[in-house]
Design a protein around this ligand. Structure first.
Ligand code: FES
Length: 74
C-alpha cells in the first residue's frame, strides 16, 4: 500500500508533463524506430518525455523507488 499512499499524498503520478492535456497518450510504430533500442519513460519525470533521459536514477535515489524505462527493441 506504500505506493498508493504516496500517489495520493503527491496528488497523482504525473508531476508536470503535458498537464494541459486531459490524458497523456503516446503511440509508437515499432517499424519506424530509428535506433535498435529505444527507452521510454515510466517515471513521469523525464525532460524528454515520452523518452527516458535517465532522470529515474535521481528519483529512485531520492525516494527509494525502483522505477525504470520501458525498452522497445526494433
Ligand atoms: Fe523516466 Fe527514465 S527518466 S524512466
Amino acid at each position: 500500500k506504500r505506493g498508493s499512499v504516496s500517489v495520493r499524498a503527491e496528488g497523482g503520478i504525473n508531476p508536470q508533463i503535458r498537464k494541459e492535456e486531459a490524458k497523456v497518450v503516446d503511440s509508437v510504430v515499432v517499424t519506424e524506430l530509428e535506433k535498435p533500442l529505444t527507452a521510454y519513460c515510466r517515471c513521469w519525470r523525464s525532460g524528454t518525455f515520452p523518452l527516458c533521459d535517465g532522470t529515474h536514477v535521481k528519483h529512485n535515489k531520492a525516494t527509494g523507488d525502483n522505477v525504470g524505462p520501458l525498452l522497445v527493441k526494433k
